[in-house]
Design a protein around this ligand. Structure first.
Ligand code: FAQ
Length: 311
């Protein structure tokens, strides 16, 4: 790649032009997007598992319907994102194989177990809340197909966030036990939700280049702080306590100071050693194997149709 080529590409980025699949692009730009969009797609698909487990245990028909719709949306987001990644020259089979082989990552958050009904509230409120904070910025990503996919995904994600918050609100206005259950879910999901934004800027391997290419519009820390500032008042409204004794409003910066994140735990989970990592990947492998006959049948059907049209 010549310097002229890289400079011309950067000039397009700086002029806020969208990059489209057939446009020339540096190998690094393509690789970064395949990595990030692939990881994002896997997160949606693996992210169906903790909540999928609760569909049959949701406390009412209304809750079952909302949760079922949410989990289906996540499946849709995954397919949308796999398609966006495929425009860059990778196949869905390749991405799936990498996930199953433990080579491709997915968000650390989905390696924590969902232990109670309140976790469905906390996941919608905090996990979708964190996801939206990150994804609203991605709607302006320089790569066209990814940016456009994010618009619809964000609209659906905001419904997910509200259904989660409404579960929390109902529990917090309920019995003492229900409120305790909500507090327990917040205690367990708060820190993992903050970890979703990735390592501190100084430790983030890809941020600098991704910001230059306008794949990322905000740094990991900037988005994490925006999330904390938006979410702490919501916790207060619920009457719950954020499990961070160092959380403090800083008038000067107009935002909260927070305590240290446990980065050892973060890297352990990212590297495959969280509570649920093995089970989550195994579930995906089993689903892939058990679905083989559907893929074979769909292929046979497509071949038959093609032969009929040709005849
Ligand atoms: N978990 O240099 P950076 C959802 C990895 S939302 C696991 O800062 P980057 C919706 C990172 O890949 C969740 N790995 O990396 C939903 C890299 O490793 P690599 C998904 C993490 O890419 C809600 C290394 O650490 N959202 O699914 C994590 O510039 C409810 C160094 O980090 C997205 O994926 C982590 N938390 O920034 C579904 C959003 N953080 O690849 C169901 C798109 C970092 O070199 C229910 N992705 N790593 O081996 C992004 O915005 C970025 O990729 C970041 C990381 C911000 C996640």
């Amino acid at each position: 790649e010549t310097e002229e080529f890289l400079a011309a590409f950067q000039a397009r980025i700086d002029a806020e032009e969208k990059i489209e699949p057939t446009d020339p692009m540096p190998q690094g730009y393509r690789r970064t997007l395949i990595r990030q969009i692939g990881q994002h797609a896997h997160s949606e698909i693996v992210g169906m598992l903790p909540e999928g487990n609760w569909i049959t245990r949701a406390p009412s028909l209304k809750r079952i319907l909302a949760l079922l719709a949410k989990v289906q949306d996540e499946g849709g987001h995954g397919l949308y994102l796999y398609s966006a990644a495929e425009t860059l020259g990778v196949t869905r089979e390749q991405m799936t194989e990498e996930l199953h082989a433990g080579k491709a990552k997915y968000s650390s958050i989905f390696n924590y177990p969902a232990l109670s009904w309140a976790d469905m509230g906390a996941i919608g409120w905090l996990v979708d809340g964190a996801a939206i904070m990150n994804q609203v910025a991605l709607c302006r990503c320089s790569y066209g197909p990814y940016a456009r996919a994010m618009i619809r995904v964000c609209a659906e994600e905001s419904f997910h966030q509200r259904q989660g918050y409404e579960i929390m609100l109902t529990l917090c206005n309920g019995t003492k036990e229900q409120k305790e259950m909500a507090q327990d879910a917040l205690n367990r999901f708060w820190w993992p939700a903050l970890m979703m934004f990735g390592p501190h800027d100084g430790d983030s391997a890809h941020s600098e280049q991704s910001m230059k290419w306008k794949i990322k519009r905000f740094s990991n820390d900037a988005l994490r702080e925006k999330f904390i500032n938006a979410t702490v008042p919501q916790a207060e409204f619920l009457g719950l306590t954020v499990p961070d004794p160092d959380l403090e409003w800083n008038e000067e910066k107009g935002g909260y100071e927070h305590g240290d994140i446990n980065w050892d735990e973060f890297w352990r989970v990212v590297k495959g050693d969280g509570v649920m990592n093995r089970e989550r990947v195994q579930m995906r492998k089993d689903a892939w194997d058990n679905g083989a006959w559907v893929r074979e049948a769909a292929l046979a059907h497509a071949q038959k149709r093609a032969a009929k049209i040709a005849a």
